[in-house]
Design a binder for this molecule. Structure first.
Ligand SMILES: *Cc1c(COP(=O)(O)O)cnc(C)c1O
Length: 409
């Protein structure tokens, strides 16, 4: 008992878990799992010293923001890029740098809430920019922007409606129209892309996840997006676009408060290199998860099933179902998958046992079924899933691990 208590106290509270929810980018579960190549780079950089702010070519003090900058400009085809703590920070820095004390035009249809405590109007207010709502919730025309432009207008903000979709009687100006308006008036456009997807998702029927490369190519002066959503890298916010704009952000004192550390830079650089080498499908776990076929997932599920014996009170089978991308991306698209379904009158207790196991296994409960989607389990972890399921299907075995099932709430 004492040993167990000591182990409990001396174990990190942030732990690795098995995500069988089928939600690929689960913000509650740490978003994107990182690539082994990225972690190798992290280990090399972090266990020793690094040239974080040291220019090896001249032996003088260097700048930390040059690293990912070179890779990002090459990958995205833009003049400059800057990395901060997350996309919320990127948007905040962009607004504060370009629009402090001035007005920012944004469609009423884009005044969104992304998740816990991230609301566009709140970020705008805190950045000391003045929100100027244009249009209506469902329809905003170009003329709505035009008529509200005055000498206090500093920025046009366009936000990707990440985690919801509007259907029916709705419209907003095209990106081209807003770019033309920007050109005609000299007011820059900042596009908050959210996910910033560089993967090809069109073959999965997902066509509305914007690609930063495309936006920049079309001439958007400044975009921002997350590092740990569909890019599949570490938590980071990436600003990319024109030199003149990025340079202003570099010298904003706020940048110092929002900048990233060597751990983030090392993982982000390695992630970007996978894309540059066109090896993202093999190397980035998120890309592998999105691409894995139903047949492959079904085979893995069958192998697990073959090693389980269900007690009389329970049935286990394979059923068709859907995985989702999550993380505020493609909310209306499921990716077909094959799920392990446990049916039992005690499904809530079983869910709790799996969740509190070691390692914790998180599954979905739907009606009286517990559903496990292997799309979000790394194939090398299938054995851990099998072991976790066996422990909870066989209470005798659970007892031998020191747990008393009757004693748990
Ligand atoms: C997710 C999201 C953000 C916030 O990104 P974080 O990296 O979590 O800070 C901002 N804007 C949009 C449009 C998003 O989808």
């Amino acid at each position: 008992m004492l040993v167990q208590e000591f182990e409990g106290r001396t174990r990190p509270a942030l732990r690795r878990i098995l995500n069988a929810t089928g939600v690929i980018l689960h913000t509650n579960l740490g978003r994107a799992p990182l690539a082994p190549a990225a972690l190798k780079n992290l280990e090399q950089v972090a266990t020793g010293y690094s040239n974080l702010e040291f220019d090896l070519s001249c032996g003088q003090r260097g700048k930390r923001d040059v690293f990912a900058n070179r890779l990002l400009t090459e990958l995205l085809g833009c003049e400059q890029a800057l990395v901060v703590n997350n996309c919320a920070a990127a948007l905040f820095l962009g607004l504060n740098t370009l629009a402090e004390g001035g007005e920012v035009l944004i469609s009423r249809g884009e005044l969104i809430e992304i998740g816990d405590s991230f609301r566009i109007p709140d970020i705008l207010r805190k950045s000391s920019a003045i929100l100027k709502e244009v249009g209506t919730t469902n329809r905003t025309r170009l003329s709505d922007y035009t008529q509200d432009i005055n000498d206090r207008t500093r920025l046009i903000l366009r936000v990707h409606p990440s985690n919801f979709r509007m259907v029916g009687f709705c419209s907003r100006p095209s990106l081209e129209e807003l770019l033309q308006l920007g050109k005609d008036t000299g007011i820059p456009l900042l596009e908050d892309l959210g996910s910033g997807c560089l993967l090809d998702l069109a073959s999965f029927g997902i066509k509305d996840e914007p690609n930063p490369r495309v936006s920049l190519q079309m001439g958007v002066p400044l975009v921002c997006f997350s590092g740990d959503k569909l890019l599949g890298g570490p938590q980071a916010g990436i600003l990319a676009g024109r030199s003149t704009l990025i340079q202003q952000m570099r010298i904003n004192p706020l940048f110092r408060a929002l900048r990233v550390d060597k751990l983030t830079i090392s993982v982000l650089e390695a992630t970007l290199i996978s894309y540059l080498k066109h090896r993202e499908s093999e190397e980035i776990p998120l890309a592998r998860m999105v691409h894995e076929s139903v047949e492959q997932i079904g085979q893995r599920a069958e192998q697990i099933l073959a090693q389980l014996v269900a007690p009389d009170s329970m049935s286990i089978s394979l059923v068709d179902g859907l995985s989702v991308i999550g993380g505020g991306s493609a909310p209306d698209h499921g990716i077909p998958s094959r799920l392990i379904a446990l049916r039992s009158p005690h499904i809530i207790r079983i869910e709790g046992e799996l969740r509190q196991g070691d390692p914790p296994l998180i599954a979905r409960v739907e009606n009286d079924s517990l559903l496990l989607d292997l799309r979000t389990i790394l194939p090398e972890d299938d054995l851990l899933v099998t072991q976790a399921l066996r422990r909870c299907l066989d209470p005798g075995h659970a007892g031998s691990l020191g747990f008393d099932p009757a004693n748990r709430s």
